[in-house]
Design a binder for this molecule. Structure first.
Ligand SMILES: [Zn+2]
Length: 350
């Protein structure tokens, strides 16, 4: 039986809810996973994945985006980012960007007060210049020093100066908040308990996640945790001692456990530490620590974790303009949690 959460492993009971929707504006194809974690499964050598952004609106109508996916004209990224696309031989499809999708549903860009970035990589930063100058850019600790000025003001910059020029840039300083959620430094973004930014460093400088309160029923709330690129596959998060593998397993999963001397209580995959892939992760020790912390959230049935490139949840959730708020009533936590195990099956079985 799974260990239940101890009394202190709880999230703030009081708070308002926010409406949150997932927007998938783009897909990345032919993405190699080996630079992120070691894995010998045939299905996980090169993958096609979504790039989720999220729109979050609080009870007073304040509206933010969490991540911006890709830009349509990706060849206009900084030369450094374009070189990454060519180096990894990625395929990029983005016919409608986040702004196009919002406006197709009568959500005006002018109403978005901020774009909060999990991190600065090109599949998350999109094209902020498509939003009015009143839309702020919110980034994690250390991002301004590490990444600005952008291209062309700095030849090798990863981001563009146009990504932040002429708009307010707010760098989150978690030391100014005394809030901590399940061990992660946190900040109550709207001040109403509906959206917490979480410090989840490792994959990139200043990487952040977001925790959105989706329902509040008396003393019980449910949440969606937007995990950015803290993991590139749920097998880096699960199983864990807090969320052990169910006892009914396919023969492929059972044989993977046996081959790798695993007992179903530790994640299938670990953060890649091979020096040849060092450029893909800012700090692998921090990235692994972040995953351990996220396992505490994953232990709670009241939390649905969605990473930016979660292909298995893509087949389950309803996307914008539908909201994710009813995820618990719809059973998406239970139906999505172990769906990634299909990646262990031989290629011909699906
Ligand atoms: Zn990404």
């Amino acid at each position: 039986m799974a260990p239940s959460a101890s009394p202190q492993e709880t999230l703030p009971a009081a708070g308002a809810c926010a409406q949150v929707s997932a927007i998938d504006s783009a897909s990345l194809s032919n993405l190699p996973l080996e630079p992120y974690f070691h894995c010998d499964l045939p299905r996980l050598q090169r993958v096609t994945i979504p790039a989720f952004s999220f729109i979050i609106t609080n009870a007073r109508g304040r509206r933010v985006l969490f991540d911006l996916g890709l830009r349509k004209d990706w060849t206009k990224l900084s030369p450094t980012a374009v070189a990454e696309v060519y180096h990894d031989e990625l395929g990029i499809r983005c016919e409608q960007d986040v702004r196009d999708i919002l406006e197709a549903h009568d959500v005006r860009a002018e109403g978005v007060e901020a774009i909060i970035l999990s991190h600065h990589h090109f599949d998350h930063i999109g094209d902020p210049s498509r939003f009015p100058s009143s839309t702020a850019l919110v980034v994690g600790p250390g991002v301004c020093d590490a990444l600005m000025p952008g291209y062309p003001d700095q030849e090798n910059a990863e981001i563009l100066t146009s990504d932040y020029l002429n708009r307010p840039v707010r760098e989150i300083d978690f030391t100014q908040s005394d809030l901590s959620l399940l061990g992660l430094p946190a900040l109550d973004y709207f001040g109403d308990g509906s959206l917490y930014l979480l410090s989840t460093p490792g994959h990139a400088v200043g990487h952040m996640a977001a925790l959105v309160r989706t329902t509040a029923d008396g003393t019980e709330s449910s949440f969606v945790l937007l995990g950015g690129d803290a993991c590139h596959h749920c097998g880096e998060l699960r199983p864990s001692t807090r969320r052990p593998l169910p006892s009914s397993r396919s023969s492929c999963v059972a044989s993977f456990l046996e081959t790798h001397d695993m007992d179903g209580t530790q994640p299938f995959f670990q953060i890649q530490r091979d020096p040849q892939y060092a450029a893909y992760c800012n700090d692998s020790d921090e990235a692994q620590r972040t995953i351990f912390q996220l396992q505490r959230f994953d232990a709670l049935d009241s939390v649905l974790i969605i990473f930016a490139h979660d292909l298995t949840l893509k087949t389950i959730i309803d996307e914008f303009p539908a909201t994710l708020n009813d995820w618990r009533a719809k059973g998406w936590g239970d139906s999505g949690r172990w769906r990634f195990l299909q990646d262990f099956e031989p290629m011909e079985n699906l």
